[in-house]
Design a binder for this molecule. Structure first.
Ligand code: NDP
Ligand code: PYC
Length: 337
């Protein structure tokens, strides 16, 4: 079967149609479609429009507040909280991020804590909203328990991504966005969908043995990246985006799911830094130092994180995106008439 090529506008319209026809309120549908189309556009397959399948399962589960009105609370000069009211996360971020930027610009450092959100997207689209406004940022979320701590064999942590962004004066920002597991769970699910094997160092099966079978990996436990180092970072994500902000650990989020198999519900923490306040009169000099670091990476033939994504973005803006015909058909089938 040949791929189906869609422009980004066509893909956005399809995603909105899938979401609204399944009952999601229009502002949420717009924010979610923007997020998933950005993933597809940047060739981040694990968090692209394939996620609409799980999204619709969540919409139909009765667990999500379809018309949630996120409430933004100005807690202190450096802290804004958004209660997502058990809706999806992208609209909550959109509504809270402007106050986050204003606070970071005034105080030098500020945090946005989002509570009670169903979250299943990549973090770099949020980071780029901040770097576009001259802000450096760090974001993290737990998910559902599916990753064993280093030295253990049972799921405890989520895949718990950490993303970081640094604005650059003349070009795309420096951004990395990575699961603290070996790979995003979405990647294993995509291997399951296509019937292909996975590398046998991504996960262990239910008996604690390495496996190359995505099915068995999903039933067993994923592994952290970098052994005990990734394990410690994953625990940090659980703490900072969980108990610190008054929200669920990945284990609790899975209990809350109660077998429904839908998107994880929990909190998110985003910390924003204003480089011009931190740097003061040395701001320009500090920017040059940052650029020298990036040059030191690329000048030896290494690449910057996000470089692959930015190249994919350029291609997609020019030529649209090619969806496998089966995925396109599956998305059309999700539309309720
Ligand atoms: P990858 O391991 O594919 O990539 C992680 C980061 O490393 C990216 O920024 C990537 O940039 C960069 N990178 C990859 N290869 C290189 C290289 N050779 N040199 C320099 N940089 C490189 O991603 P993950 O599987 O860890 O995560 C994928 C996505 O899943 C993330 O966006 C994450 O937010 C999302 N996720 C979301 C979760 C949630 O609960 N919401 C849970 C877990 C993951 P590039 O993109 O350009 O390749
Ligand atoms: O791919 O690991 C993942 C993931 C978990 C929640 C959303 N994405």
């Amino acid at each position: 079967m040949v791929d189906v090529v869609l422009s980004l506008d066509q893909l956005h319209a399809l995603a909105v149609n899938v979401l609204t026809s399944n009952g999601l309120g229009a502002p949420h549908a717009q924010a979610m479609a923007k997020m998933l189309v950005a993933g597809q556009r940047d060739d981040c397959q694990s968090h692209g429009v394939w996620r609409l399948i799980g999204c619709v399962k969540t919409l139909r589960s009765g667990k999500l507040n379809l018309d949630a009105k996120p409430s933004v609370q100005d807690i202190s000069p450096a802290l804004v909280k958004v209660d997502a009211q058990y809706g999806f996360s992208p609209l909550a971020f959109e509504l809270g991020s402007q106050m986050l930027v204003e606070k970071a610009k005034r105080t030098g450092i500020a945090a946005l804590a989002i509570n009670n959100c169903f979250h299943f997207s990549a973090l770099w689209p949020e980071i780029e909203v901040l770097t576009d406004q001259g802000i450096s940022a760090l974001a993290m979320v737990p998910s559902h328990s599916c990753v064993a701590p280093a030295g253990g064999t049972k799921p405890l942590f989520g895949t718990n991504p950490i993303a970081f962004g640094w604005p650059r004066p003349d070009g795309m920002p420096f951004v990395f966005d990575m699961a603290t597991s070996r790979i995003a769970r979405g990647d294993i699910e995509l291997h399951q969908r296509s019937g292909s094997k996975i590398p046998n160092d991504w996960a262990i099966d239910e008996d604690g043995q390495p496996t190359d079978d995505p099915e068995r990996a999903l039933k067993g436990a994923m592994l952290t990246f970098g052994g005990y180092k990734g394990s410690a970072l994953s625990a940090m994500v659980e703490l900072l985006a969980g108990p610190l902000i008054g929200d669920m650990l990945s284990r609790k989020s899975l209990e809350f799911d109660d077998g429904a198999g839908v998107a994880p519900c929990h909190g998110e923490l985003i910390i924003a830094f204003n480089p011009s306040l931190f740097g003061g009169t040395d701001f320009v000099e500090n920017s040059h130092r940052a650029e020298a670091l990036f040059a030191g990476i690329v000048d030896q033939g290494a690449r910057l994180p996000s470089q692959r994504r930015f190249e994919a973005r350029k291609r997609s803006v020019e030529h649209g995106v090619a969806l496998p015909a089966k995925l396109h058909a599956d998305l059309l089938n999700l539309i309720e008439t």
